[in-house]
Design a protein around this ligand. Sequence first.
Ligand code: A2P
Length: 282
Amino acid sequence: TPKGTCLESVKTAIDTGYRHIDGAFVYFNEHEVGQAIREKIAEGKIKREDIFYCGKLWNTCHPPELVRPTLEKTLKILQLDYVDLYIIELPMAFKPGDAIYPRDENGKFIYHETDLCATWEAMEACKDAGLAKSIGVSNFNRRQLEMILNKPGLKHKPVSNQVECHPYFTQPKLLEFCRQHDIVIVGYSPLGTSRDETWVNVSSPPLLKDSVLNAIGKKYNKTAAQIALRFNIQRGVVVIPKSFNPQRIRENFQIFDFSLTEKEMKEIEALNKNVRYVELLM
Ligand code: A2P
């Protein structure tokens, strides 16, 4: 992230009306997010309790004894007393240490054997200590969710599971499973990502060029992006669109003044290709 971009974007977002901010230590811009929130509080625009900040536990920090210190480090960077939601970013663990992506001499990732249930217990302790109001997970499949849900002595269940979710990857089965267990799906890449070839599967066509989304958009005088976002919120999926552009930040918020018909919802659901943009090959 170019220096200052995140600070300005978060301030624009808060002024626009956004309250949910999705961050992570590995985005390396949490200091700017924290600064933006603190500046807006100082201005009297918002109170801390108006903001819903989500932070994430990175793969190198899964051993239970690392969980609380890692969250404390995030809080120190943010200069906040608590996060609203703290989630395990990915179900797989990397070797702990300074390398964010530890690799061996052959370039292979160095994984680390940990017990996701033990990591979860350390997450529960963070909630009990008041450092995180709620705890959840990300990129978990049904089997991994069940491991946590069926853990003997489970104290707090995951409130949310953040996964890729948009009209080309609608997650019907996981959504149904999460609904049954009162787990909110938070959809990342709700606009089909930035299509950055270093981490995105660009063989899947660009979502926002889709003819159905654009045709429905025409009817409501909305863009394909607004239709894609509206589709998800209307089916109960939280969306976290990313933009550094003030105009698009505002555009992505103008989705509460119309609703899609049942037929349009079905038409968009039918666009599902079951192909991910973010394949997470690690
Ligand atoms: P930018 O930051 O220049 O606005 P996702 O949220 O699915 O990861 O998508 C993010 C990508 O979509 C970014 O490249 C972002 O670029 C772009 N983007 C964000 N909002 C819009 C919009 N309303 N229309 C078109 N592209 C958008």
